[in-house]
Design a protein around this ligand. Sequence first.
Ligand SMILES: Nc1ncnc2c1ncn2[C@@H]1O[C@H](COP(=O)(O)OP(=O)(O)OP(=O)(O)O)[C@@H](O)[C@H]1O
Ligand SMILES: [Mg+2]
Length: 293
Amino acid sequence: MCVSTKPKVLVFGSISVDNIWELSRIPRDHEKIDAKAMYTVVGGSGANTASWLSNFGHDVTLIGAVGDDVDSKWIISELESQKIKAKSIKRIKGKTANHAISLISGSTKRIIRQRNIDMKNISWGISELKTLINKVDHVHISSIESKTSEDISNIARSLNKSISIELNGHKMSAQRKNADVLFCNSIELKTIFNISISKLSSAGLAKMIPGFNGNLVVTNGANSVVAVTPHFKITEKVKKWGKIKDRTGAGDSFDAGFLSSWLTNSPENVSKAIKVGMATSASCVMNFGGQAK
Ligand SMILES: Nc1ncnc2c1ncn2[C@@H]1O[C@H](COP(=O)(O)OP(=O)(O)OP(=O)(O)O)[C@@H](O)[C@H]1O
Ligand SMILES: [Mg+2]
């Protein structure tokens, strides 16, 4: 039996069914058009990052929530088929899985979400979290600002595990102080911290990650990625790899690629981690859906 020697990762984040409709254009009011194709895939930022980390050979445990309907059972089987440990995903009685519909036409994208399960209302016991976190090397919290994500970040810090946090539009004020790596995009940087990407500096890092020597990694779409560590700032340009089909999961897959490199190689090698992150998100955006193929 082949046992992975790569760092073990616990991911906490959202899980959904994504229905992706590829269209020649977005229909007008009352207009009917034929879709070019439709893809039904597992989505949600937690499930996407878990998928890419597992694809890199990490032992991945995912925590999140689904319902008890057919779609939820399908999600679990899809995750398990990717060797993601799904036992601690809560199955909420009487609920259907969260869904998202993406209408995609070239670079235009419209998303409709239906959230039956609000992760803010779902809690895990402290001792259950401690047991799960004790078994891994790294904890990644993806975009859920809740008491549980706060508990996870505090427990992981107390157990001396490394921690990454993806903001995805949330402030994560209570969780951020524990981050070794904080991920956001340039729009979130502006709206949450009122800082533009060009003004980032090591001196300003304490505002984003108070009280800890963490690293900030800011993606900026097809342009660049900027990382700020307590000692230096680094900017890498995004390469043009090929035709973009669907940007779903661009940030989630970037996080997975960055983390896989950062955890496996020397953590000081931020430049290499950014490059692996960019290559991972390039593979993601050249296909439909946010999961690893
Ligand atoms: N058009 C593109 N061409 C090539 N790479 C891209 C493109 N768009 C995004 N990427 C890659 O994906 C990474 C993350 O993209 P972006 O900054 O758009 O994240 P995001 O807005 O947080 O994404 P998400 O919607 O998944 O949260 C970028 O750093 C880049 O490497
Ligand atoms: Mg994002």
